[in-house]
Design a protein around this ligand. Structure first.
Ligand code: TEU
Length: 567
């Protein structure tokens, strides 16, 4: 294991970092109880160092009844006992840091758990009491107040309101166990500022902001049916004041933000990335884009064009704990992502999906900006089918059982092919069942396989780290035949830093006929073939890496290559 602490002066690390998302509950089980935990993460830090990522984003690890996998936070200053203790989190942050891995935590400001001390106090206090002002409590409509205060629909389906025995309703944009906070209340703001400081004091380098565009609400809580503009709770202007105050705090610690901002309007989206607001935000248009050259090019161009004026780096995300895993998505006829379109029984070609996911890995790692990897993506895990009686995600139940929910991408990881539960670490069955084929994807098996997804990711990350030209900086499109995307990253300069440039993951291909170029005056070129026909390669001096074997010097369908070439 290499790994050394990041240089203290490296304040711009986030502009081109590769950030690995750890879904703690399913990463590794250190105490054998069936649930992943901090001990499991600490024991597996070598895997992350060998993979070559720069930072870890931990999904919520705080005290939580887990009504929404931890996105229902009962206490931000306590680690859930299922995961460990605060002292252990502090150790993990320090150990990771010593190995060169920064820590990003997840803050969920839109709502808290219904077990949070504030909400319990609000319930106990009763209608009209100041404790209720921290949330959105309202009387109902209709003759007996039996109709919700407005027509808002929960993101998880059903009304966004739940009625209490005392007659009042409270707002929850997600599950009823996740009451929305009232961001017009000064205590709500103060508390979150203190929570940020609490974690920054513990060495946290960044914060992912959950549902970042939903916090502020129109105080009149009007109906939404009319499609009113501005929206009563998405992307309200006050949010920018909130994030400016957060930024001032983060700046005193040199910490950074990544916002979970799902907004189709790109002009509105980049307002969150102005220099005194959030450093970065997830690029969901890239994630949701179908496997199609034209659509991908358009998504990439729009991303770069929208980020340029604010000077923020783009992020490239293929997968996270909410969406269908990449290998599965790209193995389907409809290869884009849409929450509303999820259903059971969609035909999937995993071979096809894997080929495309390999190509997409090289594509996203070659683009300018930072990259997010979701645990298991480096193993090429497909989405798992969870038996109906084991699905925990509230999205499933609240859809009336039609939506498969998000558990299929949250299955405990396979580490060791020949160990019980694929080496997840559990002595009893893990909290979500693993598919029968899971051992085939185990990290140990992939380590030994030069053609595995894990080998590809390790090699790609090694090159991205050592070859100048990747990460932050300019790119330009190169001419290519239809169905093929080709772009260059200038600035490879003297080509130093790259060892041998070999390692295509398969050992085949014509690159063996070309000695490693000296790289002078060359640029890095990434070519991705989305078309059905093998594509010719542009002139090059060296093949750095391919996602699959070249065939007769051509780039087969659903394959990507990194080349060094003359400009
Ligand atoms: O996701 C937010 C989220 O689900 C919404 O952005 C929504 O899906 C989108 O607007 C499309 O309708 C975050 C977490 O990532 C997720 O796991 C949590 O369940 C959710 O917040 C609630 O905290």
């Amino acid at each position: 294991m290499e790994g050394s602490p990041p240089a203290p002066g490296d304040t711009l690390w986030w502009r081109d970092a590769v950030i690995y998302q750890v879904y703690v509950r399913s990463f590794a089980d250190g105490d054998g109880d069936g649930t992943g935990d901090l001990a499991g993460v600490r024991a597996r830090l070598p895997h992350l160092v060998e993979l070559g990522v720069d930072a870890l984003w931990f999904t919520p690890w705080y005290l939580s009844p887990l009504a929404d996998g931890g996105y229902d936070v009962a206490d931000y200053r306590t680690i859930d006992p299922a995961f460990g203790t605060l002292a252990e989190a502090e150790k993990l942050i320090a150990e990771a840091r010593a190995l060169g891995l920064r820590t990003i935590i997840d803050i969920v400001p839109n709502h808290v758990s219904d077990r949070h001390i504030w909400f319990r106090a609000a319930l106990a206090a009763g209608p009209g009491r100041p404790e209720r002002a921290l949330f959105h409590f309202r009387a109902g409509r209709g003759e007996h107040g039996e109709v919700p205060p407005n027509d808002w629909v929960s993101e998880f389906g059903g009304p966004a309101w739940t009625r209490l025995d005392d007659g009042e309703w409270y707002l929850h944009l997600f599950a009823p166990e996740q009451p929305d906070l009232n961001w017009a209340h000064p205590s709500v703001r103060r508390e979150h500022e203190e929570v940020l400081r609490f974690w920054f004091e513990r060495g946290v380098a960044g914060v992912r902001i959950d549902s970042a565009a939903l916090l502020a609400k129109d105080p009149a809580l009007p109906d939404f049916t009319a499609g009113r503009d501005p929206h009563p709770y998405v992307d309200l202007d006050e949010l920018h004041t909130i994030y400016r105050s957060w930024r001032a705090i983060a700046d005193t610690y040199g910490a950074v933000f990544v916002g979970e901002v799902w907004l189709p309007d790109t002009e509105r989206f980049v307002r969150y990335l102005r220099p005194d607001e959030l450093h970065t935000a997830f690029n969901f248009s890239f994630l949701a884009c179908p496997w199609d050259a034209g659509r991908m090019r358009a998504a990439i161009e729009a991303t770069l064009a929208e980020h340029a004026p604010v000077g923020a780096p783009a992020t490239w995300v293929l997968c996270n704990h909410d969406v269908t895993r990449t290998v599965t998505r790209y193995g389907r006829e409809e290869s884009g992502f849409d929450f509303a379109a999820k259903e059971f029984g969609t035909p999937t070609d995993h071979g096809l999906g894997t080929r495309r996911a390999r190509a997409a890995a090289l594509l996203s790692l070659a683009l300018p900006g930072s990259v997010y990897l979701y645990q298991g993506e480096e193993l090429g895990l497909p989405e798992a089918e969870i038996p109906l009686d084991r699905i925990e995600d509230p999205m499933h139940a609240r859809s009336g059982g039609t939506d498969p929910g998000r558990d299929g991408c949250r299955v405990p990881l396979p580490w060791t092919a020949d160990a019980p539960y694929s080496g997840f670490g559990s002595a009893t069955e893990p909290w979500l069942p693993q598919p029968e084929f899971w051992p085939a994807y185990a990290a140990d098996r992939q380590t030994a396989d030069p053609g595995s997804m894990l080998t590809l990711y390790r090699e790609a990350l090694r090159l991205r780290r050592t070859v100048p030209g990747f990460g932050d900086g300019p790119m330009h499109w190169r001419e290519s035949v239809p169905g093929v995307l080709s772009f260059a990253r200038p600035g490879t300069g003297d080509g130093s830093g790259t060892g041998d440039g070999s390692g295509t993951g398969d050992g085949s291909g014509p690159e063996d006929d070309f000695g490693p170029g000296d790289g002078s005056g060359t640029e890095l070129v990434c070519v991705v073939n989305f078309s059905a026909e093998p594509a010719p390669l542009p002139p090059y001096t060296e093949v750095l890496l391919t996602s699959g074997p070249l065939v007769a010097g051509r780039l087969p369908r659903d394959t990507a290559v990194w080349l060094r070439a003359a400009p």
